[in-house]
Design a protein around this ligand. Structure first.
Ligand SMILES: [Zn+2]
Ligand SMILES: [Zn+2]
Length: 189
């Protein structure tokens, strides 16, 4: 098999894995509402919700309270990222990350400062944090432009989320307690 053909198959496999992961995550978090399975077609700032359910209201803030934000859709997934960059910025084992469609993030107050760095995969990651207290709030990835990745610990009610997966387990620390019943990914789905 040629290198090119093998590369195409690998790319295709990755796309399917992300798709499956996304569908599982969406099904888990958003129920069976057809409305919520198509959050990406909505205009910026407006995410359709099932009128029979109470409006989603999730908010969060940084340590000093200068930055406050609101999420206008339910998370698509909640996962732990064990990549070395997340370990460095979180100062611990994995970073706890909530994935949402980008238009669902609304900054209510404060200013986010950005530090951009190329990931192990070679893609740019833009990490945004409070310029005053340094709390990491969210990341945006050039390779996944339709999503935003919020640090779960900054939510006002992080206990209401259920984790789904561990990413980048190949760089997980040996002392990092990992729930093996979650989906495991050597790197990323
Ligand atoms: Zn702050
Ligand atoms: Zn990471």
């Amino acid at each position: 098999m040629s290198y090119m053909a093998w590369g195409s198959i690998r790319c295709f496999g990755e796309a399917v894995r992300w798709l499956l992961f996304g569908q599982i995550a969406v099904a888990d978090f958003a129920g069976n509402s057809r409305h919520k399975l198509e959050p990406f077609s909505s205009p910026v700032g407006v995410v359709p919700m099932d009128t029979q359910e109470a409006p989603v209201s999730r908010s969060g803030q940084c340590l000093c309270g200068g930055v406050r934000y609101q999420l206008e859709a339910e998370p698509l997934s909640f996962m732990f990222c064990h990549c070395r960059d997340c370990q460095t910025v979180s100062g611990g084992g994995p970073a706890a990350i909530v994935m949402l469609p980008k238009p669902a993030f609304r900054l209510l107050q404060g200013t986010l400062k950005t530090y951009s760095k190329r990931s192990d995969r070679g893609n740019m990651a833009h990490r945004r944090f409070c310029a005053e207290c340094g709390s990491q709030i969210l990341s945006e990835l050039d390779a996944r432009p339709r999503f935003v990745f919020i640090k779960a610990g900054t939510l006002d009610d992080p206990a209401s989320l259920t984790p789904r997966a561990n990413l980048w387990i190949r760089s997980a620390q040996p002392w990092s307690a990992m729930d093996r019943t979650l989906k495991q990914f050597e790197t990323e789905p």
